[in-house]
Design a protein around this ligand. Structure first.
Ligand code: ZN
Ligand code: ZN
Length: 558
């Protein structure tokens, strides 16, 4: 009898599934979801970027993670374990742009966080737009938009494909990490203004903040989170994956004498940028999570019948990595706490919209090396490049050779030459590039040098030259590109770390898919970050972003 009941149950469940699925005409065994050929779409897409997350953190902190955060994405989702950036420089602006445009700076034009603008002769910031002003702020950080990005994003393509019915909103502490992912046609992007402790936007998107954003800001959560010291979540002896808390590779906050827990945030915030200090604590992630949940709720995302897309970037791990490095108790505590914030966000989405209705991915905008001083103490070749020395030596030698330095700027490891003077002097540009390259190649700490002429006349297919070529934009980049030796970082403080190189410690990031149409599994096959947007386009049955050079990941898309 029991057996008959369960058989009957099974039959009625199968019927129920068939009734819900318009494409299922007969009662056959359900096909794998990836084989569905209808135009079914998820209700919500969630793109999560963890700023400066290395792929190995998944494993290093695994035993410390709970079941509902990173572990849930790995255990129930698909983990592309060998995902790499395929260009230099591996910075935040280009990283976020490449994730969402499916192409590299060569095409999307975001060649760095800020760069020397050849037309104006001034430095420009990747999300700078002087034609707009701040909304919810009077600070210059409000003059932001995606106007410098030359291509569409997957979020733009979703908006266009739905006749602008899909809602797209970007959220992050860093303006560029909110703005560039959300694309040109976003309904909104919101970022954090530390001078007032609020989320703000710009007139590119709106005239005034929606009431729900103002109400959120009125809660003064940043102030609240900073009213307590930052202590480790677990007893400090359990942080066995990190170096001892008191070590010489970490930056000491102003007002503190050691780089150790507890960090007295109520006391030290005045000396360390006021409410901006939240960026360099795990509470920056908590604030971002709070705001992301409020966005989904207040904007009714995933409830309209058309696919909506929220992009969320967690910026604090990057600030913490820059200050304390990858082997600090601070970074470990940051990830243990971020895992809880992530769990809360995933649980909220699962409950509100449903796992089977939500397509989520998680990746990073770049990774990071160990602190070079630490590597040197381990006898591993590493170091700090003195860029001023490079530029001074170069200028001196060029003056001797040509009677003029011919150099306008050295920015993001690129030499910008003075084309006007080169023309006036009737010099051959490629020969001048060659002499710059020869001079720089002889300097210490330099691995290789490539000229624009070489890049324009050759197609590199692998190695760091390929990555340099994919980061080179003919309209915006310099005339000579420099790559330093592995584990050498430019002009940086002796504590903490930075990133930007073509080496795997900077390019290798996690990539996880979860939810709608995603089977459980993992792969160590190499995929590039530019494949992410192409994969999303195939999963959503929409156009690729217009500059996309990536390919759909074969094991996710049939
Ligand atoms: Zn970053
Ligand atoms: Zn960074």
């Amino acid at each position: 009898m029991k057996r008959i009941t369960s058989v009957l149950c099974l039959v009625s469940i199968t019927f129920a599934i068939s009734a819900q699925n318009p494409s299922a005409k007969t009662m056959v065994a359900p096909k794998p979801v990836s084989a569905i050929s209808s135009n079914a779409k998820p209700k919500l897409v969630v793109g999560i970027v963890i700023d400066q997350m290395r792929y190995d953190y998944i494993y290093r902190f695994w035993d410390k993670f709970g079941n509902d955060g990173f572990k849930k994405l790995v255990n129930e989702g698909f983990f592309c374990r060998n995902t790499n950036y395929n260009y230099v420089p591996t910075y935040t602006g280009p990283g976020h742009t490449s994730i969402y445009t499916g192409t590299t700076p060569a095409v999307h034009g975001i060649i760095a966080n800020d760069w020397y603008d050849k037309t104006s002769g001034k430095d420009i910031y990747c999300a700078q737009d002087n034609a707009v002003s701040g909304v919810g702020t009077t600070a210059p950080e409000g003059k932001r938009s995606p106007v410098n990005m030359l291509t569409t994003t997957i979020t733009d393509e979703l908006r266009i494909s739905s006749n602008m019915k899909s809602k797209v909103i970007g959220v992050a502490l860093k303006d560029r990490s909110a703005i560039l992912p959300a694309g040109h046609t976003a309904n909104a992007a919101y970022w954090y203004d530390g001078s007032i402790g609020s989320f703000i936007s710009s007139t590119y998107y709106m005239k005034e903040l929606p009431t729900w954003v103002s109400d959120f800001n009125k809660k003064e959560l940043a102030k609240k989170y900073l009213s307590q010291p930052w202590n480790t979540l677990l007893p400090i002896e359990q942080y066995t994956e990190s170096l001892p808390d008191d070590n010489k590779y970490e930056t000491i906050l102003k007002g503190e004498t050691k780089p150790t827990f507890p960090h007295n945030l109520p006391e030290t915030q005045k000396l360390n940028g006021g409410l901006n200090i939240i960026r360099t604590t795990p509470f920056g992630n908590t604030l971002t999570k709070d705001f992301a949940i409020e966005t989904i709720k207040s904007e009714n995302m995933g409830k309209s019948g058309t696919t909506d897309f929220i992009t969320v970037s967690f910026s604090s791990p990057d600030y913490i990595g820059h200050a304390y490095g990858p082997n600090s108790v601070e970074q470990e505590d940051d990830y243990i706490r971020l895992d809880k914030d992530l769990a809360e966000l995933i649980n909220f989405i699962d409950a509100q919209i449903g796992k089977s209705n939500t397509l989520l991915f998680l990746t990073a905008d770049h990774a990071a090396p160990e602190v070079p001083n630490y590597l040197m103490d381990l006898k591993i070749p590493s170091g700090y490049v003195h860029e001023k020395k490079i530029i001074d030596t170069l200028k001196k030698q060029m003056q001797k050779l040509y009677g003029d330095t011919l150099v306008l700027s050295y920015h993001n490891q690129q030499v910008f030459l003075n084309h006007k003077v080169i023309n006036e002097k009737k010099l051959n540009l490629s020969l001048v590039e060659e002499s710059v390259a020869e001079l720089i190649q002889t300097l210490p700490d330099v691995a290789e040098v490539l000229t624009a002429t070489t890049l324009n006349n050759n197609q590199f297919t692998e190695g760091s030259r390929y990555l340099m070529q994919k980061g080179y934009n003919a309209r915006r980049s310099g005339d000579v590109l420099v790559n330093y030796l592995p584990a050498y970082i430019d002009d940086y403080s002796p504590t903490g770390t930075t990133h930007g190189s073509p080496y795997s410690y900077d390019t290798h990031v996690p990539l996880l898919f979860y939810g709608w149409n995603i089977k459980q599994g993992s792969s160590s096959e190499q995929v590039y970050i530019t494949d992410l947007a192409a994969t999303m386009a195939m999963l959503l049955n929409i156009q690729f972003p217009n500059g996309c050079t990536g390919k759909p990941i074969s094991f996710l898309v049939k």
